[in-house]
Design a protein around this ligand. Structure first.
Ligand code: J2J
Length: 540
């Protein structure tokens, strides 16, 4: 296993292999087999462009030689920051082919996040688009390279500026005999955690464990070679990547339709034109789709399943999916660390509307415990812990943090508060972790607090969630200033200039003289949450 990663104990690994969860398949092998099996069938649609399974396999192979020629080799880490474009797939499958590891970052990440990822993973290369959604990633790459001189290569899809065009790599001399077949039990890539700490944690996922999650997900979601998956969320995120997402679609031999955004005007015509059968959204986007479908006529008759996940989808909205969009709703509660739960397509309406599903694998173990790690009574709310064939046993190079995030017997502490219904479905009731879930975008309070504390005018800061009708939650920063002259706008600009992703910038800043404390002298985030909820309720 890659250095810095914690493997499953041998007795568990043996069990998962024996049960047929882990089948020894690698991503590279998976694409090769699909290319043989499905050859000319379309794998990816993007605008007017169409790419077959055979073409994807062929391009990944050429690009793999290009990476090798550049000096990128097995186990090297490569930061991949690409939007929903076909090159995303060419790049990651090329890296899989040579045994190098993609590190998935989101299009919204900026200098702060990317420089950290480059440094922490000692990345050999960073792959970006030239521009996307009005943002020039080459400017960002310059800042990153200045901050991390050890970064050897910046590869650009499109106009390269001062960097290397990715397009050049496809013309490399074939170096097939130097491709290194990965071990299916080893780490395939690093995924980013939603995070609760000052610095984001990285999640090592193996071929065996992730491909198992794709197989289970594809089965539960009824994917086959006739399925058409609409990718409206950024594909690097674990949910659209794997639940069943774009990789689950490739696993099943289906067709991926890439969208660059999620607005009904862009994606609803695609649903009709491309025959989309399944789409995945987060709750705020679901609300926009519901409103649009109710107010205007669109032909959505192809769509069979709308998945909603990433944040709690309230029952009132969930009820509208069948009547307004005319398809089945599937609730998805998952995490990049592993465990994913689905409501099943044939579940009773009441289960689909009121629960967040049940684990996808019979080998997922769930415990719901109190603060002392004692199991709560059946049906009671508690901390959700989990262990299983596709849930990691530790973050990448994070031994101290791992001791807190995992129990001694290997259960991952999700940080979510849940209860289990009598038929073993989970209902998410809240969160104990210090994180804000901004409509599916996760913000670690401590990370934002550290940046605020770096401002000379800030004496202390605490970041909490506040209720929001549309996003579910937004962020509010409570700040004790050194001097009263500092403004909220100034602090937001300061954070932006430090290169923090925009979704992490607090939506609201409240200046206070002191922060309320708990009995043990810690800042009481509960009191802060209650106070801002009360204040915003009064104002609305
Ligand atoms: C309430 N909270 C939810 C839900 C995630 C599939 C789906 C989602 C993710 C994901 C994922 C929720 N209701 N339906 O990786 O494969 C919150 C929980 C959870 C955290 C994980 C997947 N679905 N959440 O959202 O790693 O708090 O993964 O612990 O980004 O999102 O966030 P993330």
């Amino acid at each position: 296993m890659l250095a810095g990663c914690k493997a499953w104990p041998e007795e568990f690994a043996a069990r998962y292999r024996q049960a047929g969860c882990w089948q020894g398949e690698t991503f590279s092998g998976m694409l090769r087999r699909r290319a043989v099996e499905y050859g000319d069938r379309i794998a990816i649609v993007s605008g007017d462009g169409r790419m077959s399974y055979a073409e994807l396999d062929e391009k990944a192979g050429r690009l793999a030689s290009g990476f090798l020629q550049l000096g990128i080799k097995a186990r090297d880490r490569v930061i991949v920051q690409l939007p929903n474009i076909p090159q995303f797939f060419e790049v990651i499958f090329a890296l899989f082919r040579i045994g190098a590891l993609p590190v998935f970052s989101l299009p919204a990440h900026r200098k702060n996040e990317i420089a950290y990822l480059c440094e922490f993973t000692e990345a050999a290369a960073y792959v970006i688009p030239d521009t996307d959604a009005g943002f020039d990633y080459r400017g960002l790459a310059k800042q990153v390279r200045d901050a991390v001189p050890a970064l050897r290569h910046v590869l650009v899809v499109g106009e390269p500026g001062e960097f290397t065009p990715l397009a050049d790599l496809y013309d490399a001399e074939p170096m097939i005999d130097m491709f290194e077949e990965s071990d299916a039990g080893d780490v395939a890539f690093l995924q980013l955690s939603g995070g609760t700490t000052g610095l984001p944690k990285l999640i090592p996922r193996t071929h065996d464990d992730y491909i198992y999650s794709l197989r289970q997900s594809a089965g539960i979601c009824g994917l086959n070679e006739y399925s058409v998956y609409l990718a409206a969320l950024p594909v690097a995120h674990n949910y659209p990547l794997s639940s069943p997402g774009v990789l689950g679609t490739l696993y099943a031999g289906g067709k991926i339709v890439l969208a660059r955004g999620g607005s009904p005007d862009e994606v609803f015509p695609l649903i009709a034109a491309e025959g989309v059968t399944i789409a995945a959204v987060v709750p705020p986007l679901a609300l926009i789709w519901l409103d649009a479908a109710e107010s205007r006529h669109f032909d959505l008759s192809n769509l069979q399943v709308l998945q909603v996940g990433g944040a709690k989808f309230i029952a009132e909205a969930a009820k509208r999916v069948r009547t307004s969009i005319g398809c089945k709703l599937q609730q998805v509660y998952g995490m990049a660390e592993g465990l994913v739960n689905y409501t099943r397509l044939d579940d009773p309406e009441d289960t689909i509307i009121n629960t967040q599903g049940r684990p996808m694998s019979p080998y997922d173990e769930i415990r719901i415990v109190d603060d002392a790690d004692e199991e709560v009574a059946p049906g009671e709310v508690g901390h959700l812990l989990t262990r299983g064939p596709y849930t990691i046993r530790g973050y990448y190079q994070a031994e101290d943090h791992n001791a807190k995030s995992f129990t001694a017997d290997g259960f991952y502490r999700t940080g979510d508060l849940a209860r289990m219904t009598s038929d073993h479905y989970l209902v998410i009731e809240g969160r104990a972790k210090d994180q804000i879930n901004r409509g599916g975008d996760k913000v670690a309070a401590e990370e934002v607090e550290n940046h605020l504390l770096a401002h000379p005018g800030v004496f202390d800061a605490a970041v909490v969630s506040m209720p929001d009708e549309y996003l579910g939650e937004r962020t509010c920063a409570f700040v004790i200033p050194y001097e009263t002259s500092v403004t909220g706008g100034e602090l937001k600009t300061f954070l932006k200039e430090r290169g923090l992703a925009v979704y992490k910038i607090p939506d609201r800043v409240e200046f206070v003289d002191s922060l309320p404390q708990t009995g043990v002298g810690k800042v009481s985030k509960k009191m802060l949450r209650d106070s801002i909820a009360e204040k915003t309720k009064r104002l609305s």
